[in-house]
Design a protein around this ligand. Structure first.
Ligand code: FDA
Length: 305
């Protein structure tokens, strides 16, 4: 049943008609639990609150799977506005984005032009930029673009997903770039031809890549709400005397908030991924797919308590 629900919400997450409706009608169905609002001022307010609690942030100007150069340009402008707001309000925040919103499906030229524009402003404002990882079909291209940009800019990182068979090799191959990587389990619906179908293998592989990347001496963001990943990381760090400057924990806005606070109180660096914007639909559907309890929460919001 859980797998069925997961597949259903992941299927819905790619529906372009609902994406357009959602943009038009604004945050609904309890999406506000996971999305900080629709505007930059909404996001600034949330970041300030999190910073006050000792948490760093990575802000995500929501957007994915756009169709035209104009939309890609607008999405890049949205990111630039967010970066300027971070600078203006002196916030402790990085930026995350998806290459499909920058024109990945249009051409390399479009995506690179938008990314260079964003990275130029981010450099001036001292803001680090992470390229989120999307579905398997875009993984190779995303890594190619990352490598190209990494050879031009220092303040850029990306994400690897432990559900993909290829990821251990990617960790090894990327080591020459000394990359700052966020390591996650993976949030898209993938074929067993390219990804582990069993959760226990995905979990084991996440531990494996955390270990590999950390012991290579590279900056590692362990992005998981799973206590066993957090405990594994703590132990690894202790056994190998890895400095607290070389890793951080990351979680999503609105998920396991008490655990986020506990990690800060224990002295760990905790970064919260804060999405905002009107393109909230796909992100929200993926959060529902991850946890059936979130669906009950949404139904309560729709039909009353
Ligand atoms: P897992 O799914 O095993 O969950 C462990 C526990 O965490 C659950 O038992 C539950 O208690 C809690 N939990 C997890 N998800 C929840 C939810 N939605 N609502 C409520 N509780 C929940 N993926 C990707 O493909 N590309 C990317 O770029 C990113 N980026 C990213 C950034 C950050 C900061 C995070 C934390 C995650 C991502 N992800 C991602 C998503 C990631 O791939 C994965 O889908 C989710 O983090 C869920 O996996 P967990 O590791 O949390 O473990």
């Amino acid at each position: 049943m859980e797998r069925l629900l997961r597949n259903f919400f992941l299927f819905l997450s790619k529906n372009r008609f609902f994406t357009k409706l959602a943009k038009k009608y604004g945050l609904r169905f309890g999406a506000g639990k996971f999305v900080a609002g629709e505007t930059v001022p909404d996001a600034v307010k949330t970041i300030q609150q999190l910073n006050d609690k000792g948490m760093a942030v990575t802000i995500d100007h929501l957007g994915e799977f756009i169709d035209s150069k104009e939309e890609a340009r607008e999405a890049a402008d949205g990111c630039i506005d967010a970066i300027k707001a971070i600078g203006e309000h002196k916030l402790d925040s990085q930026l995350s984005l998806k290459l499909t919103s920058m024109g990945l499906d249009i051409s390399d030229e479009v995506v690179l032009e938008n990314m260079r524009r964003i990275l130029g402003v981010a450099e001036q404002e001292g803001v680090f930029v992470t390229i989120d990882m999307e579905d398997f079909d875009r993984c190779e291209k995303t890594l190619e673009i990352f490598k190209k940009l990494r050879s031009e800019f220092d303040h850029i990182g990306t994400v690897l997903q432990s559900y993909l068979y290829r990821t251990v090799e990617d960790i090894k191959e990327l080591d020459q770039y000394n990359p700052n990587l966020r390591l996650v389990k993976g949030a898209y619906k993938e074929s067993p031809k390219v990804a582990f179908p069993d959760k226990k293998d995905v979990d084991e592989n996440l531990k494996k890549i955390i270990r590999l990347h950390m012991l290579n001496g590279n900056y590692t963001a362990v992005a998981s709400h799973d206590d066993s990943m957090i405990e594994y990381t703590k132990q690894l760090v202790e056994e190998n005397n890895i400095s607290k400057d070389l890793f951080e924990f990351q979680m999503l806005y609105g998920i396991r908030v008490e655990r986020q606070e506990e990690l800060v109180n224990e002295g760990y660096k905790m970064r919260v991924y804060v999405p905002y914007g009107n393109d909230w639909y796909g992100y929200f559907m993926r959060r529902l797919a991850e946890r059936p309890a979130n669906v009950a929460f949404v139904l309560k919001g729709v039909f009353g308590k």
